[in-house]
Design a protein around this ligand. Structure first.
Ligand SMILES: [Zn+2]
Length: 115
């Protein structure tokens, strides 16, 4: 895998890993706050950084079958969510290429907002 350079996000509303504070995403990139992950509340985002991708797998969800890859924090290797590769239900295709982050596992490292 080799050396991976961490991206440092700046500005308001930066999500980081709750274990190691590696930056993962910006509030500005949130598409929806109304998602459910494996551990409860989750957010859908158009972009994340500093993550490692797992294997592609087919997963049946409440919204239908999707091809997804789990994503883990580059800093501590902890699971943080997943990304949608393919959605089989046409109405769900907007999620392809987007990311889910688990609210239980991430936190606001800029600490200037309280979602
Ligand atoms: Zn981490």
């Amino acid at each position: 895998m080799g050396y991976m350079h961490k991206v440092f996000l700046s500005g308001k509303g930066v999500y980081g890993c709750s274990s190691c504070e590696t930056h993962l995403a910006k509030r500005d990139d949130i598409t929806s706050r109304h998602y459910t992950g494996q551990y409860g509340r989750a957010v859908l985002l158009s972009n994340v950084v500093n993550v490692i991708y797992g294997e592609e797998e087919k997963r049946a969800m409440t919204t239908g079958v999707h091809i997804v890859r789990d994503i883990s924090c580059m800093g501590c290797k902890k699971y943080v969510g997943w990304t949608y590769i393919k959605a089989y239900v046409p109405e769900q295709r907007f999620k392809e290429g987007q990311f889910i982050l688990e609210r239980e596992i991430i936190h606001d490292v800029s600490r200037d907002w309280d979602y």
